[in-house]
Design a protein around this ligand. Structure first.
Ligand SMILES: [Zn+2]
Length: 360
C-alpha cells in the first residue's frame, strides 16, 4: 500500500511539473510566432498574368483573403496582415516593408503563373535563391518586371534590371538566414497541394524574387497554377478552387507553426560533461560565406558545419541546452529565426536524441 501511495504521488507531481513547463513554454512560443503577412501579388494598374477569363491580380486576392480568414478563424493567436485587401497597386519594396515593420514571422506571397505552352499546369512554391533552370528564371523575371511600373525603380532597386539575366547573378552570392525555414514551409505547401488538394505539384523551387529578397523573415512565393492552361484557369477562377488552394496553404502554415513550437518546447536540465554540445544556428547557405560577412558582426564563436549541400553557421557553444535558452532569446532579437542545434562530437544530431544521451 505504502509503495502505491508513493507511486501515485510521484506521478501526480510529475504531471504537475509537465503542465507547468508546458504552459510557460506555450506562452513563450506565442511570442515567437504571432504575425503572418499575406501578400496578394500585383493589383491596380498591374494585372499580373492575364488569362482568357481572369486576371492574376483578382484570383490571388481571392485566395489571399480566404487564407487570412481561415487563419483568423482557426488560429486565434495569430495576427494577419495583408499587403493589400483590394484592387490597388503596391510596389514590391513596400510589400516587404509592411512585413518588416510589423516584425512578421512569416511572409507568403501569392501568385498565379503563365507560360507559352498551354499544356503546362501545376503549382510551384519558390524560396529565394539562384535559379537552377531557365524556367525558374523566367518566373522570377516575370514577377520582378512589375517594378518598371514603379516610379524611380532603378534607384530603388539599385540598378537591378528585371529583364536581364545577368542581374540575377547577385542571388548566387546572397545568402539567406531564413532559407531552412523557408524551404520547410514551401515543402509543406507543395505537400498539401499534392496530397490533400489534389493538385499537380511541380515542387519547391529557388529563384531571385525581389519581393523575397527584401523580407527579413521566412518567406515563400506560391504560384498557385497556370492561367495559360484552360482547365487550371477555370479552376482558379472559381470560388471553390480558390478556397481549396487557400485551405491547403492554411494547413501548411498550421503544420509549420506546430513543428516550430515543438522545436522550442523541450525542457530539461543537465550539466554532465559529455561529447554532446549545443550551439545556436543563425544561417544556412549553399555558398561558403566570407569570414567577415556582415551576418557575423558582434557574434563570437562562429562555427561552421556542413549538412547536405549547405554550409551552416552557428554561434555560441554550451554543454547545456538550458544554459543556451536565455542566450537564444537574446539572439532572436537580432535573428528571429535562430534556433538551437545539437551535436555529438561535432556531428549534428536531433535535439531530443542529444537530450536523451545526456539524461538517459
Ligand atoms: Zn505574379
Amino acid at each position: 500500500m505504502q509503495f502505491w501511495r508513493e507511486m501515485v504521488k510521484t506521478i501526480i507531481i510529475f504531471f504537475l511539473i509537465s503542465v507547468f513547463y508546458y504552459s510557460t513554454n506555450a506562452q513563450e512560443q506565442n511570442d515567437f510566432f504571432k504575425t503572418i503577412v499575406i501578400d496578394a501579388g500585383h493589383g491596380g494598374k498591374d494585372p499580373g498574368a492575364v488569362g482568357k477569363i481572369v486576371m492574376e491580380k483578382d484570383v490571388v486576392l481571392g485566395i489571399a483573403l480566404k487564407l487570412g480568414q481561415y487563419i483568423n478563424e482557426n488560429l486565434p493567436g495569430i495576427n494577419v496582415i495583408y499587403t493589400r485587401k483590394k484592387d490597388v497597386f503596391v510596389p514590391l519594396d513596400e510589400r516587404a516593408q509592411i512585413a518588416n515593420s510589423s516584425k512578421a514571422d512569416l511572409f507568403i506571397s501569392i501568385h498565379a503563373n503563365s507560360i507559352s505552352n498551354p499544356n503546362i499546369s501545376g503549382t510551384e512554391t519558390f524560396v529565394l535563391g539562384l535559379h537552377r533552370s531557365q524556367d525558374n528564371l523566367e518566373v522570377a523575371k516575370k514577377e520582378n518586371s512589375v517594378i518598371v511600373l514603379e516610379d524611380d525603380y532603378t534607384t530603388k532597386y539599385e540598378g537591378f534590371d528585371p529583364n536581364v539575366s545577368e542581374s540575377y547573378i547577385i542571388f548566387e552570392l546572397m545568402q539567406n538566414v531564413y532559407l531552412d525555414q523557408s524551404i520547410k514551409l514551401a515543402s509543406l505547401v507543395e505537400d498539401q497541394f499534392n496530397t490533400r488538394a489534389g493538385r499537380r505539384s511541380r515542387g519547391v523551387k529557388q529563384a531571385g524574387f525581389l519581393v523575397l529578397r527584401e523580407t527579413a523573415m521566412p518567406s515563400v512565393l506560391v504560384e498557385a497554377g497556370f492561367l495559360t492552361n484552360n482547365k487550371e484557369e477555370a479552376y482558379i477562377a472559381t470560388d471553390e478552387g480558390q478556397a481549396i488552394i487557400a485551405s491547403a496553404i492554411y494547413r501548411a502554415i498550421k503544420e509549420y507553426k506546430k513543428s516550430f513550437e515543438l522545436k522550442s518546447n523541450i525542457v530539461i536540465s543537465n550539466n554532465e560533461p559529455s561529447p554532446i554540445s549545443f550551439r545556436i544556428q543563425i544561417a544556412s547557405s549553399k555558398r561558403k560565406l566570407k569570414d567577415d560577412s556582415k551576418l557575423f558582426f558582434g557574434f563570437q564563436d562562429v562555427w561552421m558545419y556542413n549538412e547536405a549541400d549547405y554550409f551552416k553557421y552557428t554561434i555560441e557553444y554550451s554543454k547545456s541546452f538550458n544554459d543556451l535558452k536565455p542566450v537564444l532569446l537574446k539572439i532572436k532579437e537580432k535573428i528571429p529565426d535562430a534556433f538551437i542545434v545539437a551535436f555529438e562530437n561535432d556531428k549534428r544530431i536531433p535535439i531530443d536524441k542529444a537530450l536523451k544521451l545526456i539524461n538517459p
